[in-house]
Write a protein that binds this ligand. Structure first.
Ligand code: GLY
Length: 454
């Protein structure tokens, strides 16, 4: 069994690790934009090249003839790499370009929910002209100045700007919306939702949609959810596969929305009769009006994959083959009933500067009940490890409770040496209780409003 893995980062390392644990003992051929020492160790060959160099990737695929490919990040998926690989007879665990619009076009996603009556969006409008005078009316009057402006194409996670965070006035919002229209042709403007967020990722094959445990991410750089946004500083998941601030009905609704979305995608893209193949990642929020969609991604989350992959007890290669063959079922996806806490180690100055790039970093021996996934890190010839400019490595603690998992991750992080930092508060009881209180207060708002209305 030969698998072509097009992925970088700690997410790619966690995918490679899950493949390598398979009893089918696959040969992994990896393609990464820079050497990833973790993925390299698990691969029979690692090719370093741009993951947007489709011609180069197709050449490697034709030469190596893998049984299938897995594509990790959204850029090659959104650019149609799965379509190109299929043309040379290689199936991919990743959706085709038109289905990947669920992430690559925020306007496509919102319009899809509306067309298929999936009640999961805030008030929104898609604008395609800078001359549209209703843009300012919509932001000022319909949204009352609380708004989100979304670039309507992939922009490396930097396309979404929120009022009160990145946009300090209605005028700034209008200017950014116009900039988006000029750059990519359209923009989505929507109501700013407030509440605790969570991710629910599902292994998907057409109408077969099998959920993995819910995860909560922490985007802000510093303790207490302060500082600039990052790619994600860490995540946690609980042993019951839910999260402490969620009710069973929230998870059930998110799961239902993932299924409805997979069905809507199938109906919307009849040219791909097999439907959406790959990882369908719903980003949800608990609001006073119930669970809503913040956005969808066409891939595994980073860091979310780092929580899920070590929990996977089933053969990941068999799961991938079932996604490709359209015979995926619930009993094929078993995740351990354990809590996980992931904390990213980053250079001290991340994300503000890359001042520590090249500096030495050392890791202790990986303890039992923990995992270490390499991100932006390089390995010298003598085996020493050196910081890149971005997130260095994800450290995951597992345990029968969140407290146990957090302690394992925290103590592992404390033993890493070098000019690095990490967020001690991720997975801590204090931070989790804040989310519980936030969700409680939002739900009581809802009860209050309902009581007022009736
Ligand atoms: N955790 C956020 C993302 O993967 O986009």
């Amino acid at each position: 069994m030969k698998i072509l893995l097009i992925s970088s980062s700690a997410r790619g390392h966690s995918i490679a690790d899950a493949l390598a644990r398979s009893p089918q003992n696959p040969d992994i051929i990896s393609i990464c934009p820079s050497v990833n020492p973790g993925i390299k160790k698990l691969s029979i060959e690692q090719h370093v090249m741009s993951i947007m160099d489709f011609e180069g990737i197709l050449k490697i695929a034709s030469d190596t003839k893998p049984d299938f490919a897995i594509i990790g990040p959204e850029d090659p998926i959104g650019g149609g790499l799965a379509d190109e690989l299929e043309k040379i007879g290689i199936r991919s665990v990743a959706p085709k370009k038109s289905l990947a619009r669920i992430e690559a076009s925020k306007g496509f996603a919102r319009n899809l929910f509306e067309k298929y009556s999936i009640d999961a969006s805030p008030k929104f409008k898609v604008f395609g002209s800078t001359d549209d005078s209703s843009l300012s009316t919509f932001i000022e009057q319909d949204l009352d100045g609380n708004f989100v402006v979304k670039y309507d194409a992939l922009k490396g996670g930097k396309g979404v700007k929120v009022s009160g965070e990145h946009l300090n006035s209605v005028d700034e919002g209008i200017a950014y919306a116009k900039e988006c229209i000029e750059e990519c042709g359209s923009v989505v403007v929507e109501d700013k939702l407030v509440g605790p967020e969570f991710s629910l990722m599902s292994f998907t094959s057409g109408l077969q949609v099998i959920d993995t445990p819910a995860v909560q991410d922490h985007k802000r750089a510093y303790e207490g959810d302060t500082g600039p946004n990052t790619g994600g500083m860490g995540t946690y998941s609980d042993a019951d596969h839910s999260l402490p601030f969620l009710e069973a009905s929230d998870i059930a609704r998110a799961s239902e929305i993932n299924k409805l979305t997979a069905k809507a995608l199938m109906d919307e893209c009849p040219e791909h009769a097999e439907g959406y193949i790959g990882f369908l990642y719903g980003g949800f929020i608990v609001t006073k009006d119930g669970v809503k969609v913040i956005e969808y991604n066409c891939r595994l989350g980073d860091p979310e994959a780092l929580n899920i992959m070590p929990l996977l007890e089933s053969d990941f290669v068999a799961i991938c083959l079932s996604m490709l063959d359209g015979n995926l079922s619930e009993d094929m996806v078993k995740c351990a009933k354990k809590a996980t806490v992931c904390k990213y180690i980053t250079p001290e100055s991340y994300p503000v500067s890359k001042d520590q790039k090249g500096e030495l970093v050392t890791f202790p021996k990986i303890p039992d009940e923990a995992a270490l996934y390499f991100g932006d890190i390089s390995e010298a010839e003598n085996g020493s490890l050196h910081l890149g400019g971005s997130r260095t490595a994800g450290i995951v603690g597992l345990g029968s409770t969140l407290e146990e998992a957090e302690q394992t991750a925290q103590s592992f992080c404390e033993q890493v040496t070098g000019p690095i930092r990490f967020r001690s508060d991720i997975g801590s009881d204090a931070l989790i209780q804040q989310r519980v209180l936030q969700a409680k207060s939002i739900r009581s708002d809802n009860q209050h409003n309902t009581a007022t209305v009736t």
